[in-house]
Design a protein around this ligand. Sequence first.
Ligand SMILES: [Cu+2]
Length: 500
Amino acid sequence: MADLNLSASPSPRGVNPKASAPQGPAAGTSKLRMSPTGDHSPASRTAGALIGVVSVVALALAIFLSNPTAPTTQGTGTGMGTTASSVTPTGHTTRVSVGVEGMAFTPNHIEVPVGDRLIIDFTNSGDQRHDLVFETGVSSGSLATGETKELDLGVISGDVEGWCSLPGHREMGMTLHVQATGASSSSSGASASGSHAGHDHGQDAAGPATPTALTDYAATIDARDPVLPPATDETERYYTFTVTEQTVNVTSSLTRETWTFNGEAPGPILRGHIGDTFHITLVNNGTMSHSLDFHAGLVAPDNVMRSIEPGQTLEYTFVAKNAGIWLYHCSTAPMSMHIANGMFGAVIIDPTDLDKVDREYVMVASELYLGADGQSADASLLSALSPNAMAFNGVPFQYKAHPIQIKANERVRVWVMDAGPNLATTFHVVGAQFDTVWREGAYVIRGGGSGGGWGQVLSLGAAEGGFVEFTPLEAGHYSFVNHALSLAEKGQVGVFEVSD
Ligand SMILES: [Cu+2]
């Protein structure tokens, strides 16, 4: 395969504090209860309100003396933007345990009396890595399943927003709202700066990713080799899929973070025969949880498709029982994000009655949701199913910049997999008609003029696959496109350059 020019440099962590030292073991399972340790009786509050200005100073001093690290002083290290200057500390501490269930914090709403110091015991009780960050800058760092971290939010003077900063997790619902009870409507727990970190980019930030910029960049790198070699003869097949996270260029001035199997998006294209056994070792060398789902297998998902932690491995074995071009992908939530960042590929299991062809290629169609420079897929664009770039074999416009060379009257087969994660691919070759269309395990058209009909498009929804066969009769430039043309214009287009 040609060099994809993937940078091997460590990906910048940016606003996502994904890596952190392991914390202590899980602190049990009853984490969802709120356990205020202070006194919030109405009588004490009323009395406190009547103390007066002089007493406030005395109270603050008393708090300081009893706990020199309390947030009434500078240098607490919590990053909390609120101090005693904007609210009267009560001297009480509210302590709350927060866990994770699916893609949500439990609880996801905490009420804290204004002036209380808030400490959250955050335990990642979910099934993959998460963090908990607040707009104030307080952050747990990335926690493995079962890890716990104490977060000191300092004295609460107004509402504070928290969320999981792993890509896509906030958009899946991982938010935590701290409501300051008794606060005046104008008060705020913190400046809003950073509350939309990783959110406000998207179309604007990807502005440099114009078709021209994408094509110009594709011309400067080698195209990924689209040739599909024949299946080898072994029946026991062994592969290692190593997950890494890295930053790659999409134009000369715009990079994105990709998550990949073996350093490439798409990952390896595997090919075998019906009856072959595939032994896959998944190695997670990334910073977050990842997993694998092979559509080519018929196995209970529970064990083999589970998410594994950075540093862990998993054995995934399946027997290929049926022909197809089968998608594989990371199935860690949100799957759309993991696929959009590059975690997809294909397993081709040949039908037993493939015709002979002169050339055989594979095209894996995918969508790019480019955000700010160096970031992973933009969650807002992803949720809106609005990719700003499209690709065959991972790189927009690469086969327009590097046309695929064939000869007139050669018979060509193109396997096509729609990796999505969302949109359909209607594969068309300008100037050709398909005498054979095989889609999702069956010949839709076969034999062309001998009564089998002719086709113009192989129509695939997300995760569908098939192949087409055709023979260009004359020299020339035959573009191949997703005939959803707005998507072709974003990069899902290439050229077969046919010579005599
Ligand atoms: Cu993943």
